[in-house]
Write a protein that binds this ligand. Structure first.
Ligand code: HEM
Length: 454
């Protein structure tokens, strides 16, 4: 087939990652030290070729190249071996659907994330943030990693299912979802597909977790069908939506797949970033003081509401800077669906492309002193100087995160409420290191709490 589109003309450089001998190629470096390995690659070119087992993959390192890939979904679709595996868990939802299905699904699901809906989800977020603050005691350290996962699981479950979800259902999601996410990540790392077939304890637990989640979702969807939707929650929006082109509605299976997709994509990402924010604040007292000055001024100890968000610009900058330093979606992929040229290099159909927001966000040519936590980068006068396409925590193009505003709203409300209610200090001896799994986690983050005077 004839080569298709080319990225905008520019003197692109193309290189090869060093090392990578032996049958695994660079797969070992990618599995063992993914972050340092990937961030070492931009010096070899705008497009860097790696070998993962018998396959070639390409890391796009220049923001213009990345944008070109993400905006040209006719040439670079979501696909490949990774998506085939994800399909076994997520079915044919937004993340896994091919281009044609994806366009239709996106048209139908977008209304569920309309601003009017977000304002109503924000009331649930506000209640859950207040509730978690009420549940803490000064005498007991809290693992903020667990706490933030519990918070975002409760928020997402309640926004999806509103009042039709029992406490025990939320607990099931909290219990089984992390097992599924961990298992999905391990499966993605094993190109042979052999490890998942061995009847180990981990594999049995994964199977059980997936079965439990699937049957919980089936139960919840049929409960909605029986009672009729009509609520302000996400599932009601999915049940009511009609394709503007064909007038068709989503089938039960399609709704099931979208619910699983939203649970998988929405809970861990936001929780990881919130945990990193709390960690960074504990390490940067000057930033924490400015944040608390803002939240105290606006909230004075009460829970933040949707209407407060415009008055919390520094809180938003703190979270944005966290997303720059620790983007939860630290890497994602595309596959060429036709032969094409990229950075002057010929790529066959079926080539794997890696996009890493972590690599872009840590590139000193795009963000001076990239290891410095500096929320003022996002002050309007400085943010204007950041190259377009350099900051991509939510991706770009037709597959840009559908939950970006949802996630940002949830995170700003949580950060503001938590910090106006509690002073948080890292517990003595606590060590935190990035763990690049399905999202970029921190591991346990024990913190000692002191109540702030209201
Ligand atoms: C800080 C939080 C979040 C981050 C950093 C994040 C990041 C991302 C990124 C980078 C993508 C694009 C992946 C690609 O292009 O292949 C994505 C897609 C997606 N995200 Fe998020 N996400 C977050 C929160 C959420 C939330 C809260 C939800 C749902 C409630 C959500 C649902 C989704 C879905 C369904 C997709 C697939 C969209 C599509 O292909 O049309 N995400 N997310």
């Amino acid at each position: 087939m004839a080569p298709t589109t080319e990225a905008p003309a520019q003197a692109w450089t193309h290189g090869r990652a060093p090392g990578g001998r032996g049958p695994a190629g660079h797969a070992l470096s990618l599995a063992r030290t993914p972050l340092s390995f990937l961030t070492s690659l931009p010096r070899y070119g705008d497009l860097v070729e790696l070998r993962l087992g018998h396959r070639r993959a390409y890391l796009a390192c220049h923001p213009d190249l990345v944008r070109h890939i993400l905006l040209d979904s006719k040439t670079f679709d979501s696909g490949g071996a990774l998506k085939d595996k994800a399909r076994l868990i997520l079915g044919n939802g937004l993340i896994t659907a091919g281009r044609q299905d994806h366009r239709k699904q996106r048209r139908m699901i977008q209304p569920a994330f309309h601003q009017r809906r977000i304002a109503s989800y924000a009331r649930i977020m506000q209640q859950e943030c207040a509730q978690i603050c009420d549940s803490w005691h000064a005498s007991r350290p809290v693992d903020m990693c667990d706490a933030m996962h519990a918070l975002t699981a409760r928020v997402t479950a309640r926004c999806l299912f509103s009042t039709n979800i029992a406490q025990s259902d939320v607990r099931e999601i909290q219990q089984w979802l992390p097992v599924v996410i961990r298992g999905a990540f391990h499966r993605a790392l094993d190109p042979t597909g052999l490890l998942e077939r061995v009847p180990t304890r981990g594999n049995r637990r994964f199977d059980e977790a997936l079965t439990r989640l699937n049957s919980l979702i089936t139960r919840l969807v049929s409960r909605y069908r029986a009672r009729g939707a009509g609520g302000q929650d996400l599932l009601s929006a999915l049940l009511e939506t009609e394709d503007t082109k064909t007038g068709s509605r989503l089938s039960d299976q399609e709704i099931h797949d979208q619910v699983m997709t939203l649970l998988l994509a929405g809970i861990e990402t936001t929780a990881s970033a919130l945990t990193w924010s709390l960690h960074l604040l504990s390490r940067h007292p000057g930033v924490a003081d400015r944040l608390v000055a803002e939240t105290d001024d606006v909230l004075g100890g009460r829970a933040a509401t949707y209407e407060d968000i415009p008055a919390l610009p520094y809180t938003s900058r703190v979270f944005n800077e966290t997303l720059r330093m620790f983007p939860p979606a630290w890497v994602f992929t595309r596959t060429t669906v036709v032969d094409t040229r990229l950075a002057g290099h010929r790529l066959p159909s079926g080539a794997d492309i890696l996009i890493s927001p972590y690599v872009l966000h840590r590139n000193p040519r795009l963000f001076p002193e990239p290891r410095r936590f500096d929320p003022d980068r996002w002050a309007p006068e400085r943010a204007a100087g950041i190259p377009s396409g350099a900051m991509l925590p939510f991706g770009a193009g037709s597959r840009k995160c559908i939950g970006d505003v949802f996630g940002m709203t949830e995170a700003v409300l949580a950060l503001a409420t938590l910090t106006t209610r509690w002073k948080m200090t890292l517990a003595p001896g606590a060590k935190v290191r990035p763990k690049a799994a399905m999202s970029l986690g921190s591991g346990p983050l024990p913190m000692v709490l002191t109540p702030r005077d209201k």
